[in-house]
Structures are given as C-alpha cells and as structure tokens.
Design a protein around this ligand. Sequence first.
Ligand code: NAP
Length: 486
Amino acid sequence: MTLEQTTERTSTDYRSELFIDGAWRSGAEGRTFPVIDPADNSEIAQFAIATEDDCVEAVDAAARAFPSWAATPPRQRSEILRTAFEILRSEREHLAEIMVRENGKAFADALGEADYATEFFRWFAEEAVRIPGEFRLSPNGDKRIITTHQPIGVSLLITPWNFPAAMATRKLAPALAAGCTVVLKPASETPLTAAYIVEVLTRAGVPAGVVNLITPDRVGPSVERMMKHPAVRKLSFTGSTEVGRVLLKQAAETIISTSMELGGNAPFVVLPGSDVDAAVEGALVAKMRNGGAACTAANRFYVHTSVYDEFAGKLAEKLREFTVGPGLDRANKLGALVSIKERDKVADLVDAAVQDGAKVTLGGGKLPGGAFYEPTVLVDVKHGSAINQTEIFGPVSPLVPFDDVDDAVRMANDTIFGLIGYVFGEPQHALAVAQRIDAGMVAVNRGVLSDPAAPFGGMKQSGIGREGSSEGILEFLEEKYIATTP
Ligand code: NAP
C-alpha cells in the first residue's frame, strides 16, 4: 500500500458511474438518476443508469475474469482483501460521511457501520487461505475420498439501502476470497457508498472484470436477464422478503444457488426478575442503532407485567434525551430516515396502532426539515396488530405486556420471520428462553450481536444461508468429491 492510498479523503466529489470491466463509465444511454440527502432533500449527485445491455456486459466481464481470478493463489487474493481493509480503516471518516449523506443515518451509526463493514475484508482475508478440503480412505478401503472446494462462479450481489457498506462487504469479501468474480447491484437510494467501496477494491489491486458495479433503473427485468446468463451461478441477496420471494422463483429457472438475507420482525423479551436498567440499555441499542432501520432492530417488546411500567418509563426517559437532526452534525444521536416515503410508512404504522388502542408515551410525530421522525414509545400495543407484524424500520418501540413466559415465547414466535430475537433476564432463565425462540440469532442480555466472525442469518422467511463466520465463504464455493484408488 502506498502513502497515497492511505490519505484521508474529504472530497464531496463522489464517484457516480458504473464500473464494468475495470473502467468507470456512464450507461449506454447516458441517463442518470439523482441521489438525495434525506436530511434536507438536496441532491448529492447524479448517478449513471445502467441499461439491460450494460448489465449483461458486466456479467460478460465477470465471466471473462473468472478463470484467472479463480486460479489466483489464495494468499494473493487474501492480501488484496487485507489491503482493502487497511485502506478502509484509514478512510473510515470518509466512508461514514458518504453513508450519512445518502442514507441519513447519525454519524456515530455510520462510523460503527464503517468499522463493521471494514472488518469483513480482514476476516475473509484470513478465511481465503483456509478453504477446507479432505483426503481420506473410504470405510471399506476401496478408494480415496478427496473433497475440495472450488469457486462457484460469477456471483450476482444485490444489497439494500439500510447498511449500504456492510451489506456490500459482507458479500464482496467472501466472494472474492473464494475466487468468484462479481456484479454488485446496490440499492438505488445508496449507490455512492457502493461505488466508493468498489473504488477502494481497485486501489487494493483487484484486477479488471473481477468486481463490476451496475445500477439499472429497470431493476426487475435487468436482474432477471442477468440471472438467465449462463455464466451466473450464484445470487446473494439482502433485502425484503417480498423481493427475495420473486428472486427465488427466478433462480429456479436456471437452478442458481441462492443466499437470502431477508426481513426480520425481532421480538425483545424482558423476563420477570430482569435488571431493568440493563434491559433498557440493551433496548436502546437494539432499537435505535441505525435509527431503527435494521433487519435486526427490536421490533416488538414483550415485557413482563412485574417490570412493565418501570421499563416503559425508563425507556421513554432515555429516548427523550435523543437529539434528532442531520447526521453530519455529530451531536445528533438520531438522523433522518432514508426517504420521506419511508418516514411516512413509519408514521402510518404509529397512527394505525393508536387507532387500535395503543397509547403514545413519547414522540409519535414527524419532524420538519427532512425525513425525520421522533423517538417514540407506544404502550398497550396489541399483539398481532399491524405494527407488530410489520418491520417498522424507524425509531418506534411498541410495548406489549405479558404475565406468562410461555405466552411471551408463543407471541415472540408468532411471525413468519425468524431472523433475530433478544431476551433479557436472569442468565440461566434467559438462556433457556433463548433456546425456544425460532430465530437464526438470539442476543441474551445484549443489545447487539453482529460480528464478522459469527454466523449471520435467519430461519423461516427471514432467509436461507449464513453470512460471515467460516460459513460465509462456503456460500461462494462448490464442494467437489473426487474418488481415486487407495
Ligand atoms: P428491497 O426493496 O427488497 O431492495 C433490496 C435490493 O433489491 C435493492 O438493491 C433493490 O433495488 C433490489 N430490488 C428491488 N426489486 C427487485 C427485483 N424485482 N429484482 C431484483 N432486485 C430487486 O429492500 P430494501 O427496502 O432496500 O431494504 C430493506 C429490507 O432489507 C428490509 O426488509 C430488511 O429487513 C432487509 N434486510 C435484511 C438483512 C439481513 O441480513 N437479513 C440486512 C439488511 C436489510 P432498488 O433499490 O433499485 O429498488
């Protein structure tokens, strides 16, 4: 890495083009779309629109680059990822600033995401050189069983807007470590973060064609066309369950391997005998990280009646201290939602809950200027009401009381989703309840659990497969069994 590569960047002149076959360029039709700062609705940039043909060109480029990238020694791939890690670590403020501007999140959230996102390059740099294989004798001694893992092929990576950096690096890092070449399609709200990360990868030494970036406006048809391209062997998608369902059907056409990180509806259970202050601290993180716009966000609070009033009161007290405003002002703890449309969805859910009998003890309103919504606490929410069945994706905490722990478990599991749950209580009790929660991940007496070294993923309609951990790289590898003489 040269000194130049580590220089702190402060430019607001963001990359806003497609990246295909090692070149930054506009789309074939020269059209662009605006990227909006939701804190003040100003335009940050005009980003190139990819035509369907541009998308196919990106897949063609990835297909051409695949044989040599797959054959590149793991150590070399690893060192490129490690360099990307070093660059991103030294430019974390710049990465955070791009995310704040196009996503609206608070600066502290953006810095936290920048660090989390960057860690995937370090983690998978370490995994690239540990791809597993076996060489053993069959039980009856008639053959050698050799198992090896080879890169699956050209991979299509589709990401959402809520964690524009981490959702991209959680896919790019294992794919590249495995020896796959990729086409990255970021969310239309947040393409600047993706373009910056791709630029960092090129500075780290990723060869032409290995990573491609496209931003089609006709996203459904463009993705469908790419999935029919014979070179595409993998679809790794993070986004809503609704879109995931459509993509799974399309993947069936050409039997493409899929990894699906979909929606959540996380229960947050506060058991009798809980340390209420600790539960409130956990709730603040589980609810308010990223302004509530997280698939892992606590979405439904089930609180035992013995601690309900104390929990509700203390939570509202702490949330009242949250300053709301543009994320670029680091004093603000809660930034804007990603768009006015998303903000209005949150407002509609709160209004519907109130119509359904819930009481607002804090907040409950839109704020002027940009896509801002007040930190909000709702009590006496009915289990099964719309706000309990929908991902809120905003700073709203709906509280449901319970008397019986079995009831709490039943309500927690009464959802089509199964991404994550939170349980607070006396440790042995909380651990026992955690084991009964139908979710891929459960945080016990903690408000956050994501870690690149841990398997991230959901059960039920929250997804298929795991990211991070030693399993994340396996999603981009095919196991091959070779039999030979003993
Ligand atoms: P989304 O609407 O499903 O969009 C996700 C991505 O899919 C975007 O890049 C979007 O592109 C693209 N897309 C939309 N329609 C498509 C189609 N027909 N074919 C192919 N791609 C299509 O989700 P979102 O609103 O951006 O993100 C929020 C959702 O993501 C929430 O449900 C959240 O829970 C989930 N999420 C899950 C995880 C997890 O790890 N489980 C993590 C983060 C977020 P455009 O932007 O161009 O429309």
